[in-house]
Design a protein around this ligand. Structure first.
Ligand code: CA
Length: 292
């Protein structure tokens, strides 16, 4: 029987190799999830283990491993540094339902990484066939934030601190690239990741005009780090975040820390996929050898 890994590889071979930057670099590109994604499955992530899948390096828009001279690692936040996505998904489902906007947990995970405003409008458009008013969007987003705040503070994702420690020890700069604009964000980093991220190496909702999947957040991350695309890698857990990293021309590593199928992240263009942050951390030395 074909394993999920083989199946993903098999499927990928049949995909057109045109996931490149050209189609994604359009300014204002903000609503690409038009149903073209494969349907979402809640099947569990594959068993923990070594590196799961290494795709042929298509080499069109992202550098090959051999061309990377690693100086910075660009980290997404939710689902990568913090185990916060289950709480976000709960908050989305609860809040949207109050406004008659049906949203499943799967849809929440598929749209992870979008700005809140964009997510609300996307669902609203699907239901009503028109844009939501700014007032309504603001109201729903505030409610979603309130629902999220009812949960305990998210824990650090297992393996993330250890990976950051390894990077710092080898002189590699960690950069945060998140679409989040939570006012408690910096305080959370001071508490949970003290000394790991310099304030001027953090990209948040306030730094960019366009959220993921637009490449702007990751391009801003490169700029803040002062590095070229082939001097960085992106670590992402969401298909839209992967699209953003790839569109920025950066080698993008997916960590499948949620309920989506591996194929969703790979189809979004991930260059490598690990089943967790812990396995990425455990395999870091081997990978870093190839990124010199
Ligand atoms: Ca994320």
């Amino acid at each position: 029987m074909m394993s999920e890994k083989d199946e993903a590889l098999q499927n990928n071979k049949q995909l057109p190799l045109e996931r490149g930057a050209s189609s994604l670099l359009t300014e204002g590109y903000d609503h690409p999830n038009d149903g073209s994604y494969p349907s979402v499955s809640t099947s569990p992530t594959p068993s923990e283990g070594e590196l799961l899948v290494k795709y042929p390096l298509w080499g069109k828009s992202t550098p090959s491993l051999d061309d990377i001279h690693l100086k910075a690692v660009l980290f997404d936040m939710d689902g990568v540094l913090f185990d916060s996505m289950p709480y976000h998904a709960d908050a989305w489902v609860t809040s949207m339902a109050k406004y008659g906007l049906p949203m499943t947990r799967e849809v929440a995970f598929m749209n992870e990484g979008r700005t809140g405003m964009s997510t609300i409008n996307l669902i609203y458009q699907q239901v009503y066939g028109k844009d939501a008013s700014k007032e309504l969007i603001d109201e729903i987003y505030q409610d979603k934030c309130n629902e999220f705040a009812k949960h305990p503070d998210p824990e650090r994702m297992p393996g993330a601190w250890e990976l950051l420690t390894k990077l710092k020890a080898t002189g590699i700069t960690p950069v945060l690239v998140t679409g989040s604009g939570q006012h408690t964000l910096f305080a959370r980093f001071d508490r949970d990741y003290p000394g790991m991220f310099e304030r001027d190496k953090m990209v948040t909702a306030y730094d960019v005009r366009f959220g993921k999947p637009n490449p702007e957040p990751y391009l801003m991350g490169l700029k803040k780090a002062g590095v070229a695309p082939n001097e960085a890698v992106v670590i992402e857990n969401a298909p839209i975040g992967v699209q953003a990293g790839v569109a920025a021309g950066i080698f993008t590593i997916a960590v499948n820390t949620g309920p989506l199928k591996d194929s969703v992240l790979l189809d979004a263009g991930a260059n490598l996929l690990y089943p967790s942050m812990q396995t990425l951390c455990d395999g870091w030395e081997a990978l870093a050898e190839k990124l010199k």
